[in-house]
Design a protein around this ligand. Structure first.
Ligand code: NDP
Ligand code: ZN
Length: 351
C-alpha cells in the first residue's frame, strides 16, 4: 500500500509498505478524510522525537472500517469512525492510574506517526478498537470529524488542565487550531476575559468568534508587558500555552497571579531546559502550578466531544480553511502545514 512518510529527519515523501495486520482486538481502517498536524512538522523538520525512518505520518482521520479482529464487539466492516490521535492500551497500569495517554510509558498512547505508522496510508491499524474508536455521528461531516481527532481534544484539554472557573481571566498563547480550541474551551468553561496571542489574520478573526476578548501580537513587543498593560498590572488567573517555544513559560509565570495555573499543550520541539523566573514564581512559594499534558483519548471522550458539536456548543468547522480532494494531494496539504501561509488555519484532505 501507499503511504506518505517521514523518510528521515527533514525529508518526507511517498513510500510503499505492507498493509498492516489486524490483531484480535484491532481494526483496519481506510481513511475518508485526513488532516496534517503541526506535530508532524515538529517530528519531521525539528527531529523533535529523534530519528524515524520511513515512518508513515498523520494522526488525524475519519475512516471506514475494512477489517475487525475476532474479539471486537462494537464495530463492523463498513462502519464510519472517528479516530483519535492517541490510541492507548486500555489494560495498561498507566490507564488504571488515569493516564491512559501514557500507556506503556511517557506519551506511549501516542502511537500513530510516533511509534507506529500513522494514518496517511491507504490502510491504517487501530489497536483496542472497541475502546479507541467512535462511530461518526450522522450530522458530522468527515472533514469536521478530523478536527475531533486532535485539535478539539487537545485545545479543550488546555482549558481542563488550567481548571478554568467562572469569571476568570485567561491568557492563551498561540491561536493556531490548537490555541483556537483552547480559546473556545476557556469560553465553554466560563472564562471572563480571554487574551489571545497570535498574528495570522484568519486565526485572529476566528479567535474573536470563539470568545477572545483581546488580541496580542508577540511581534509588538514582550507579551508580558502587553498583558500587564491590558490588565492594569493585575495579570491573569490562568495561562494556556499553545504556541511559541520554551520561552513562553517565562512569560506565563510573569503574568500569572498567585495560585494560578500555567497549562501547556504545546509540543516543545526544541530546547533542553525551561526557565522559570524565580522571583515571579514567588521565590518558589507562589502556589503557581505548571502542568502540561497530551490529549486524553478513548471512545467515551471522543463521543462526548462529538456531542458538543452535535448540540452546537462548539463549531470546529471554522478551523478548516483549505480543502483538497484525493489521497494523492496529501503532500500538498502537508506542505501547506509546513509553510503556514497567512490564510491557513487547518487543511483537510477528502479521500
Ligand atoms: P500553529 O503553528 O498553527 O500555531 C502556533 C501559534 O503560536 C500561532 O498563533 C502563532 O502565531 C503563535 N506563535 C508563534 N510564535 C510565537 C511566539 N514566539 N510567541 C507567542 N506565540 C507564538 O500550531 P497548532 O495550533 O497547529 O499547534 C500548536 C502546538 O500544539 C504545536 O506545537 C503542536 O505540535 C501542539 N500539539 C499538541 C498536542 C497535545 O496533545 N498536547 C496535540 C496536537 C498539537 P502566528 O499567528 O503569528 O502564526
Ligand atoms: Zn496532532
Amino acid at each position: 500500500m501507499k503511504g506518505f512518510a517521514m523518510k528521515k529527519i527533514g525529508e518526507v515523501g511517498w513510500i510503499e509498505k505492507e498493509k498492516p495486520k489486524c490483531g484480535p482486538l484491532d481494526a483496519l481502517v481506510r481513511p475518508l478524510a485526513l488532516a496534517p498536524c503541526t506535530s508532524d512538522i515538529h517530528t519531521v523538520y525539528e527531529g523533535a522525537l529523534g530519528e524515524r525512518e520511513d515512518l508513515i505520518l498523520g494522526h488525524e482521520a475519519v475512516g471506514e472500517i475494512v477489517e475487525v479482529g475476532e474479539l471486537v464487539k462494537d464495530f463492523k466492516v463498513g462502519d464510519k469512525v472517528l479516530v483519535p490521535a492517541i490510541t492507548p492500551d486500555w489494560s495498561s497500569l498507566e490507564a488504571q492510574r488515569g493516564y491512559a495517554m501514557h500507556s506503556g510509558g511517557m506519551l506511549g498512547g501516542w502511537k500513530f506517526s510516533n511509534i507506529k505508522d500513522g494514518v496517511f496510508a491507504e490502510y491504517f491499524h487501530v489497536n483496542d478498537a472497541d475502546a479507541n474508536l467512535a462511530l461518526l455521528p450522522e450530522g458530522i461531516d468527515p472533514a469536521v470529524g478530523t478536527m475531533l481527532s486532535d485539535m478539539v481534544p487537545t485545545g479543550l484539554h488546555g482549558a481542563e488542565l488550567a481548571e478554568i472557573g467562572f469569571g476568570e481571566d485567561v491568557l492563551v498563547v498561540g491561536i493556531g487550531p490548537v490555541g483556537l480550541m483552547a480559546v473556545a474551551g476557556s469560553a465553554l468553561k466560563g472564562a471572563a476575559r480571554i487574551l489571545a496571542v497570535g498574528t495570522r489574520p484568519n486565526c485572529v478573526k476566528v479567535a474573536k468568534e470563539y470568545g477572545a476578548t483581546d488580541i496580542i501580537s508577540y511581534k509588538d513587543g514582550p507579551i508580558e508587558e502587553q498583558v500587564m498593560k491590558l490588565t492594569n498590572g493585575k495579570g491573569v488567573d490562568k495561562v494556556i500555552l499553545a504556541g511559541g517555544g520554551i520561552e513562553t513559560f517565562k512569560t506565563a509565570v510573569k503574568v500569572i497571579k498567585p495560585g494560578g495555573i500555567v497549562a501547556n499543550i504545546n509540543y516543545l520541539g526544541s530546547g533542553d531546559y525551561i526557565e522559570i523566573p524565580r522571583l515571579d514564581w514567588g521565590v518558589g512559594m507562589g502556589h503557581i502550578k505548571i502542568v502540561g499534558g497530551l490529549m486524553p483519548a478513548g471512545r467515551m471522550r471522543i463521543e462526548r466531544l462529538a456531542n458538543l458539536v452535535l448540540t452546537n456548543r462548539l463549531d470546529p468547522s471554522k478551523l478548516i480553511t483549505h480543502k483538497f480532494e484525493g489521497f494523492e494531494n496529501l503532500d500538498k496539504a502537508f506542505d501547506l502545514m509546513y509553510k503556514k501561509p497567512k490564510d491557513l488555519i487547518k487543511p483537510v484532505v477528502l479521500i
